[in-house]
Design a binder for this molecule. Structure first.
Ligand SMILES: NC(=O)c1ccc[n+]([C@@H]2O[C@H](COP(=O)([O-])OP(=O)(O)OC[C@H]3O[C@@H](n4cnc5c(N)ncnc54)[C@H](OP(=O)(O)O)[C@@H]3O)[C@@H](O)[C@H]2O)c1
Length: 323
């Protein structure tokens, strides 16, 4: 029997598709005893999962329910194989990205504030807001009540599973898509990350959808934010440390750019942190991939990996091979 530890916080009903020959053991940071398991599916909340790890023994394989696994190698060490749940997050994270872009370009946060004031202030606030953000103070009639995504230039930083899904969902908007990843390639054209600084000034929307690694940490720093067009929108659906938070606070407070963040550095963002009061910023608390459909999808991916592991076949989503 292969002993598989799964998060006690999820319903065992979700594990129905797991292969025969597996003993399912709920594990949690609240356990008052240690357990011997072969395979660990960590709690999706990394802080809870990290507190669980010291109680686990014998783990050879970690099957993460998440796409980002940056905390796992440092916790479990090099002698354990780690797989992520690649593709389980494509749809919700891409949908979040689209929703965030449209919300910012249609000024939904501003209109929600106006709605809460209980007044029908339709025209001038949005127009003034637009002028402040973009520097375009030409008073044209009718006034600006929102902006269009269609036709904008979008820079996609990261062109993996989720990046491709974002591109697919952006197709009806006929955007001018510029793609960037670690490695250059063609059809479609993908620029190398070394070209980031040259490409940033072209984009009206910059989407970050790449893993947090030693190389990507601080990729968007003061210089990169300074290269963005005035009023451009930075969307971080990836990981907080990819952006230099102090530099972002400065750029937002100076009214240079706007941003939508599902992730921040630090995370959770503490009460009173300067980001909370920045203008032209939408923050959601790392909920981009959290939908009711996510867990069943991630656990189907884990079940598939388990089947392969039990048959001795190559695993699909290895992010660290055991040494
Ligand atoms: N907000 C959320 O809730 C949420 C949900 C899911 C995922 N995420 C984040 O999104 C990330 C991407 O997920 P995915 O499934 O699309 O991953 P993926 O399929 O592995 O693709 C990652 C992409 O990032 C590129 N990349 C890696 N390092 C880079 C660097 N230093 N500079 C530029 N590009 C780099 C890769 O380039 P190559 O193609 O050249 O290898 C690849 O195109 C995850 O790692 C996770 O951190 C966030």
């Amino acid at each position: 029997m292969l002993r598989v530890g799964y998060p006690a916080t999820i319903s065992a009903d979700l594990l129905r598709e797991f292969p025969e020959g597996v003993e399912l053991i709920p594990v949690s940071d609240k356990m008052d005893h240690d357990v011997e398991i072969d395979v660990w599916i960590p709690d999706p909340y990394s802080t809870r999962a990290m507190r669980t790890w010291p109680k686990l023994h014998g783990v050879k394989l970690v099957l993460s329910m998440m796409a980002g696994t940056e905390w796992i190698p440092g916790t479990v060490g090099p002698h354990v194989t780690i797989c992520n749940a690649r593709s389980a997050h494509n749809i919700p994270t891409a949908e979040w990205t689209l929703a965030a872009i449209l919300a910012m370009l249609k000024y939904f946060p501003l209109y929600l504030d106006i709605q809460r004031s209980g007044l029908w202030k339709r025209r001038f606030e949005a127009s003034e807001h637009f002028a402040k953000i973009t520097g375009d103070a030409n008073h044209v009639y009718p006034p600006v009540l929102g902006e269009e995504l269609t036709g904008k230039t979008v820079l996609l930083v990261g062109y993996g599973e989720i990046g491709k899904e974002i591109e697919r969902m952006l197709e009806p908007f006929d955007v001018d898509m510029v793609r960037l990843a670690r490695t250059v390639r063609s059809e479609p054209e993908v620029h190398a990350v070394s070209e980031l600084d040259n490409l940033l000034p072209r984009a009206e929307v910059v989407i970050l959808i790449l893993p947090a690694t030693a190389e990507s940490r601080g990729l968007i720093g003061r210089r990169q934010l300074g290269l963005m067009q005035r009023g451009a929108l930075l969307v971080n659906a990836a990981r907080g440390p990819i952006v230099d938070t102090d530099a972002l606070v400065e750029a937002l407070n100076a009214g240079r750019i706007r941003a939508a963040l599902d992730v921040t550095d630090p995370e959770p963002l503490p009460e009173g942190h300067p980001l909370w009061s920045c203008p032209n910023l939408l923050i959601t608390p790392h909920v981009g991939a959290s939908t009711p459909q996510f867990s069943p999808r991630a656990l189907r991916t884990a079940a598939d990996e388990l089947r392969r592991f039990m048959k001795g076949e190559p695993l699909r989503n290895v992010v660290q091979a055991a040494t």
